[in-house]
Ligand binder design. Structure first.
Ligand SMILES: *[C@@H]1O[C@H](CO)[C@@H](O)[C@H](O)[C@H]1NC(C)=O
Ligand SMILES: *[C@@H]1O[C@H](CO)[C@@H](O)[C@H](O)[C@H]1NC(C)=O
Ligand SMILES: *[C@@H]1O[C@H](CO)[C@@H](O)[C@H](O)[C@H]1NC(C)=O
Ligand SMILES: *[C@@H]1O[C@H](CO)[C@@H](O)[C@H](O)[C@H]1NC(C)=O
Ligand SMILES: *[C@@H]1O[C@H](CO)[C@@H](O)[C@H](O)[C@H]1NC(C)=O
Ligand SMILES: *[C@@H]1O[C@H](CO)[C@@H](O)[C@H](O)[C@H]1NC(C)=O
Ligand SMILES: *[C@@H]1O[C@H](CO)[C@@H](O)[C@H](O)[C@H]1NC(C)=O
Ligand SMILES: *[C@@H]1O[C@H](CO)[C@@H](O)[C@H](O)[C@H]1NC(C)=O
Length: 269
């Protein structure tokens, strides 16, 4: 009986883990500029998404592509979270390219943020530029008990990660994580990442803006820009140690819910 329960528990856990290729977090696609069904823009967009998903199989974390020419050109890129192995990246992009067109069926510009990757396309050239609009701020529903800890630990750790990137060259991977003692009994985990097409200087600037916008009174939060992401949680949400043999994501304590469905979104735009 116990073994049977254990069997179902294990198969349930391994099932949910393999299913979680692209964990949806949020998307933005302003309906102010749209395209019509079967238009040249739509076929260019389809080609772009194929370029992105097929290039993701080349074991790369970032790729930018262009489809079409003149007025119907579509520019797009994907970025995977810097700690993930290539196969997770691939399946996230495979899922995300399908998911985004369901959520944004006729919009020319879209950004999709997933736990494992992000996708961004537009009819305007944006490669190499800091894009901070559209954006989203997400916060954990639970309040932080120690408010000063945010200012004394979380913000400085994130700022340190952001500053550490400033001299990196355009094209270089721009990703950092940190685990710090929030209190003697509790760790806080922080993460920053920019699209590599930004210069180190622009990445740091983008992250500083993101860190300013982070909610300070919650047990976790993230600021999602198209060009950069800053996040903190009180449970590990990125892989630590060797990525060649990723350990399972630790189950967070019950007081600290994880995942997109347990953080409430608060629109700031
Ligand atoms: C665009 O979005 C706004 C706000 O969500 C909505 O009120 C409006 O009806 C939408 N317009 C179209 C053409 O879908
Ligand atoms: C789009 O093209 C498909 C296949 O060619 C066709 O079945 C569909 O009716 C077209 N839709 C519109 C709105 O033109
Ligand atoms: C990558 O994308 C380019 C277009 O940007 C395309 O020509 C190429 O075939 C793709 N490569 C792979 C391996 O899919
Ligand atoms: C990718 O972006 C760079 C600028 O960051 C640009 O020079 C290059 O042409 C882009 N590649 C494609 C395939 O659009
Ligand atoms: C968090 O704090 C806010 C403002 O102080 C309060 O309105 C809210 O009820 C608190 N939420 C929880 C879950 O304690
Ligand atoms: C970046 O370069 C400047 C000038 O060389 C140097 O003073 C600074 O310490 C460097 N910062 C990092 C984080 O490497
Ligand atoms: C950080 O937390 C660990 C585990 O509770 C503790 O052993 C260590 O002394 C703490 N470090 C600092 C600098 O407070
Ligand atoms: C990580 O991998 C390296 C080389 O692949 C190995 O030497 C090291 O022991 C590994 N560390 C852990 C914690 O497994």
């Amino acid at each position: 009986m116990t073994l049977l329960v254990l069997y179902f528990l294990i198969s349930f856990l391994s099932h949910t883990r393999t299913e979680a290729a692209a964990t949806y977090v949020h998307h933005k696609c302003p309906n102010t500029t749209t395209f019509t069904t079967n238009s040249t823009y739509q076929s260019n967009l389809n080609n772009l998404l194929t370029y992105l998903s097929s290039n993701a199989t080349r074991n790369i974390e970032f790729y930018n592509a262009t489809a079409g020419n003149s007025v119907d050109t579509v520019y797009g890129l994907f970025l995977c979270r810097g700690d993930l192995p290539a196969y997770t990246c691939q399946s996230c992009i495979a899922d995300a390219t399908k998911d985004i067109v369901q959520r944004c069926p006729t919009e020319r510009l879209a950004v999709g943020w997933y736990d494992e990757c992000m996708l961004h396309y537009s009819d305007q050239y944006f490669f190499g530029s800091t894009v901070t609009d559209p954006y989203r701020i997400l916060r954990n529903t639970l309040n932080i008990s120690d408010q000063t800890g945010f200012d004394q630990v979380v913000r400085p750790k994130l700022s340190g990660l952001a500053s550490g990137i400033i001299n990196l060259s355009t094209g270089a991977k721009k990703f950092g994580t940190n685990r710090a003692n929030f209190t003697a009994l509790k760790y806080v985990y922080t993460l920053v990442q920019c699209t590599p097409d930004l210069s180190g200087y622009d990445c740091t600037g983008c992250l500083r803006l993101a860190i300013q916008k982070l909610p300070s009174g919650n047990r976790g939060g993230r600021v999602l820009f198209p060009s950069c992401i800053a996040r903190f949680e009180f449970h590990p949400f990125y892989l630590t140690g060797n990525t060649s043999a990723p350990p399972p994501m630790p189950v967070p304590p019950p007081t600290t819910p994880t995942g997109a469905n347990t953080i409430t979104a608060k629109a700031q735009t």
